[in-house]
Design a protein around this ligand. Sequence first.
Ligand SMILES: Nc1ncnc2c1ncn2[C@@H]1O[C@H](COP(=O)(O)OP(=O)(O)OP(=O)(O)O)[C@@H](O)[C@H]1O
Length: 827
Amino acid sequence: MNTPKHSVLLVALQGEVPGDVRCLLAEGIKVILFTDSTEGLEPLDSYKKANLLHVHLLTAVEVARFGMLHIVDGHFKSLGERRQLEKLANISPLNGKRFNVEQYLVEHAPPQMHLNVKAGAGTGKTTVMVQRILYILHVTGVPLKEMAMITFTREASHRMFQKLREAFYLRFEATGALKYLQYIEELPKMQISTIHSFARKLIKDLGAIEGFGSNVRIKSFKMERKQIIEDQINHWMEMQGDPQNVLSKFNGMMIYEVIDIANEYWEEMEKKGLNAEEITNLQWGRALESSEALHGLFSSIFPKCETSLQQLKYDLNAISLNDLTRQLNAITGQQGALFQNASRLRYLFIDEFQDTDDIQIKLAVRLVEAYGLKLFVVGDIKQSIYRFRGAKYTAFDLLRIYLLKMGERIKNYFLSTNYRSSVALLEEMHAHFEKWGEEELLPYGTKDHLHGVKPGTVRDHYWMANPSFERYSSEQAAYTVRKIREAQTSLDDSNTEKVALLVRTNKQALQLRQWCEKAGIPVQLNIGGTFYLSRAVQDFHALVKGLLFPDLPVALLNMLNSSYSPVHLDWTVLTPLDGDEGKLLEFLKQVEVDGKRVYAPWEVYLEELRIAPVLSVLRRIVEDRGPVQRYYHMELQHLDVQFPDQDNRAEAKARALQYQLNLNHLFELVHRQFSSEFVTLYALQQWLQVQMSVNRDEDEPELEEAAQANRVQIMTVHKSKGLEFHTVLIPFTEPVFRFPQKELLLEKESTNWRAGWFIRKGEDPYGSLTHNELERNEDEETQKEETRLLYVAMTRAESRLWIIANRAKTYNNWYMLLAKRRNFANA
Ligand SMILES: Nc1ncnc2c1ncn2[C@@H]1O[C@H](COP(=O)(O)OP(=O)(O)OP(=O)(O)O)[C@@H](O)[C@H]1O
């Protein structure tokens, strides 16, 4: 028999369990044991906790029926053994721990195979990926630095890193084996990142890419793109002869509106991954009546915009995030040798594969070709919710086809045991999913039916009401707040059990926050992209601006009103000064608190700034002025006035902690941005101002669970991906899926793309005939995407799923989807 490197699966009566099981466990070999008693083997808890030992208790008769089964590292000696294993998975063990043969087969698949794991919600995708990595480490000896993992968001990368570290640590704790400490040390060398960071590092490693010098930079080009659009529109108008006359044909739109719309349309092309050639060959079709001028403009400017942007990229030796993967795909033939410069990769894991777009899939295949690496992709087609970013829910099929073209095969696996939601809850969800599957709104067949293992413990696990409210009316607010409070107060332990309110849009999330805050319900908002709008950033900007323009009254006032200073001056106190700059400055510089002039320390800082580096002075100001403590006191005061009957300290503390995290993160970003340059206050202020006005991608660092106390979580479904909550409450079902004010629809037909544009101005719609044609398909695809979104939202629930199915509107919204369920009215 081979010496085990990773695991042993044993079926044996208690007296026949080999004596070396303990030694195996102590060496970090996983033991999956089917037996009638563990007497004599105890204590085993640390091994169980480390996922090293799985015991399935059977009756002696059952054990005897299977005879002695002994499988090492997943190698079957015969087909019979494999069948035995499947039979074992069908037994209900006495201790309730059913063997998950699907997870076992994925974990132990031969290391030289590409694997494709399609898995329903909560079936342990993440868990199995961690175990697979351990298997590869043990069986092949490939080091962590030759493995990489691509996740969809930075949060997911962070979570994956933590999960791996925890798995290694628990194994070290259980076995004392030093190799696990070594893995922890090596873990940072395994690249776990988003596709963009991954491509960025690869390009850095490759040294150079076609047409660009070394050290190519990554830029967003947001501002530059807008400028290019503006130039091209001006140029186009000049070419038409009389600009005033042209403007009058823009259906009453101002020129800045046209620029904004054109910019959005151009972004849409980028999101869908169109290259310059495809943009040049776009088929715009014919204009609707009275839309000819705009049609002429849209159908001619974009190729020129692309040329200008490309030139700018060469001039600045910079590319955009979206270019990264495209550029890597362009490295072909002889240039392929470039890959040898990059660090070697043997395994690539891709999470949330259903949301991968065409270019990224091709990149994965390109890497298989360049390195001979093996892929492990995992995802759930039913959870594909990034169509707006160009993701296609056919990702798995595309990958299989591309690999086949190279003569490579990928093996499919399927996980269907759900560990997240209670059995009762899963059955209620199934009643919805099944119907959506029948109507082809969701790719949900018999094999997608999730089988639960968690008993339902909570009454009211599934609740749906059908009230009828005007959107955002006071009745709706009162009803929703009452349900939220009820959900929160009926938890057994609000520190470990979380209530999450899941919504479709940021606007809905903000509306909910407002209702909750008004009612004194502490909330944790997670809608992403809010970092540059946070108070910590605003205060810091006020600080920098105040130091940069000490003789500008408004800058000085904002700085004094920030958390860096102990006063709060109302604008009205300045009114008697009639806007006289000199008098205003004099007044602001003389303001006193407790007999001390508030401005005095700032004069010292200004002096310091003349000689010391800007960042070190700013750091010192943060230490001296204690903005976090001051923010805490201000928030507490504010909360105490608003809710005098409750203890507001925990909430004020949570807010202050978030402020601190944001401030630390800001310093990190500043260091990253200005690392190789000499920073001036001016450069810092300019950069901050731009970020605050345009950057909606940067997220606030996450507050640790413990610090969130009993906050209700509010988030968009997109943000809830990969997460789970005791209670999920879906408060809004009435908003309609599509009611665009303006849009550009793009669809690929054989080799060329078609473009259809639309703008609603007042009552009047303008656009192209192509838009009308593409809209039917768009409606259908939107409905499917919304169904998948609702699938993700519902499957986040562990114990309770509550839905306020507002029937105010019944068409083209989540209500319509929910009402499809059999016996809807009685549900
Ligand atoms: N074999 C197992 N035994 C017990 N619990 C498990 C097992 N596998 C996974 N779990 C638990 O089930 C829950 C869901 O697992 P995980 O988050 O890995 O699922 P997922 O498939 O990634 O979910 P989703 O795609 O819906 O986000 C987690 O709490 C995890 O600890």
